[in-house]
Design a protein around this ligand. Structure first.
Ligand SMILES: [Ca+2]
Length: 492
């Protein structure tokens, strides 16, 4: 981004920005320069192959962590954020499957048809098997690779499952919206250890934490580890153990109370996992990344199939709307990176996108990406380590019906279905996207529209559409049962 694009303030406005801190303290600057130098040297020498703990939350609202100003208690995440880089412009796709695909491939989902929707439970497609994935690259580089948590990149055929895609081990669900206690979707158990369906008791968030702790406890610290810990919290259905619900008796709204409890339950497990790294002497050698897969849900259309009473509980303040939309609330997510001695504590306002993580992590790991197709991601290590701007364009998404891109502070949203709508926002002046300024800047609109068209010409058709059509056409008759009419239980 140009310099002017770095003015967006974090939700917690009392925190000093990186620029303020740098301007105010020579000692801090010197310390930070020293750390950056250290990081650069270690990298150049190839001696630092970090363990990577990559933690993803599911549908977490931007404002719903302590370090972004929430009353929801997240002390362990707050510690990681305070001791590392708070990433104020971490962008993802606006839904589960596309973000996870972008992380795995380093490529925008529009390249391989996963840009629309999520893989539905009845869908038979998955992330294309000719894509080269992050765990494959790290595995080839000598890393132990583990997925603990949600996959959601294909379930109907085993060729799409994590063990077949570069993970040495897998523990968790394959689809997107499981019951947190029963581990099932649509009445079907969705809980696996490696390629085997297993039945287990327990709250999924706590099972994920315990599995990660167990795995770290048995891991040889000399072998680099890539642990992808993909929580299902705080996605619907809103469910939490009583112990956490009891922490929030002050919240009257039942959905918000349970949502808060789910986040604190996740935070507790993250604390235990970090502690396990310390116990094994691995903490100083571990890069921890944390972010949500998309913004919190602000529309019931994107809340999933679970019944939600009352208002939706997530907050993406100060950003507009949420999950499933291309506004900032759907795509600019809670994010942090922490690596003691390598990433200095900082407020980072430079933008990055989840596609950047593959090239960045691969470089740190010394992994070979020559088997990858053309990457959309860039190595943004300088952004993590020193806050510098690497990424100058963001592609929010490109679909047959809509697209959005950002150059510098200018963001274009283009809804192409009838009636069409074009909006241009100046995110420097208006991060909340309250004022469409497209009429004032026709040349900028034309430039960004041309970019959207260029990307659209290169996109693969969304697999979701074909699947949805097939599912609709093959559904059983929905004619109501005549007996129900007779009993007066079905109205016409
Ligand atoms: Ca999600």
């Amino acid at each position: 981004m140009p310099k002017s694009a770095e003015r967006v303030q974090p939700a917690n406005a009392s925190s000093p920005s990186r620029r303020d801190v740098m301007a105010g303290g020579g000692a801090f600057l010197a310390a930070m320069a020293g750390l950056s130098l250290l990081a650069g040297q270690a990298r150049a020498a190839g001696t630092t192959r970090p363990h990577i703990l990559y933690i993803m939350a599911d549908d977490l609202g931007f404002a719903d962590v302590g370090f972004n100003g929430s009353d929801i208690r997240t002390p362990h995440l707050d510690n990681l954020a305070t001791g590392g880089a708070k990433l104020h412009q971490f962008y993802t796709q606006c839904m589960c499957t596309p973000t996870r695909a972008a992380l795995m491939t380093g490529r925008y989902p529009l390249r391989y048809g996963l840009q629309t929707g999520v893989i539905p439970s009845g869908g038979s497609y998955g992330l294309a098997t000719d894509e080269f994935l992050l765990p494959q690259a790290l595995q080839q580089a000598g890393y132990a690779t583990a997925l603990v948590g949600k996959w959601h990149l294909g379930h109907a055929d085993q060729k799409y499952w994590p063990r077949q895609r570069g993970f040495d081990t897998f523990y968790g669900p394959l689809v997107g919206e499981i019951d947190h206690f029963k581990h099932e979707a649509h009445g079907v158990t969705d809980w696996y250890r490696d390629n085997k369906l297993v039945e287990e008791e327990g709250y999924d968030t706590e099972l994920f934490g315990a599995e990660a702790v167990r795995m770290i406890g048995g891991h040889d610290p000399d072998k680099p580890l890539f642990l992808y810990l993909a929580f299902t919290a705080p996605h619907t259905p809103f469910q939490a153990p009583k112990r956490f619900l009891d922490m929030y008796t002050d919240i009257e709204d039942p959905s918000r109370r349970t949502y808060a409890a789910m986040i604190t339950a996740m935070d507790e497990q993250i604390g235990k996992v970090v502690k396990a790294l310390e116990t094994r002497g691995m903490r100083e050698k571990t890069l921890i990344v944390f972010h949500s897969d998309n913004g919190g849900t602000r529309s019931k259309m994107f809340a999933g199939e679970s019944a939600v009473s009352g208002d939706l509980p997530a907050s993406n303040a100060p950003y507009r709307e949420g999950k499933g939309t291309l506004y900032e609330g759907g795509t600019r997510v809670v994010g942090l990176a922490n690596w003691p001695g390598q990433i200095p504590p900082a407020e980072v306002d430079a933008a990055l996108h989840v596609v950047d993580m593959l090239p960045t992590l691969a470089k740190l790991a010394g992994a070979d990406l020559s088997a990858s197709k053309t990457l959309d991601g860039q190595d943004i290590w300088p952004t993590l380590a020193s806050g510098s701007t690497i990424r100058t364009e963001l592609v929010y998404n490109i679909e047959p019906t809509q697209g959005a891109v950002r150059h510098g502070q200018w963001k274009l949203l283009w809804q192409a279905v009838l009636p069409p709508k074009i909006e241009l926002f100046d995110l420097d002046a208006d991060p909340g996207e309250t004022r469409d300024v497209s009429r004032n800047h026709p040349e900028k609109v034309a430039e960004l529209q041309a970019r959207v068209v260029e990307l659209a010409q290169a996109m693969a058709p969304p697999l979701f559409y074909g699947s949805a059509l097939k599912l609709t056409l093959s559904s059983p008759l929905s004619t109501p049962n005549a007996a129900l009419y007779e009993m007066g239980l079905e109205s016409d």
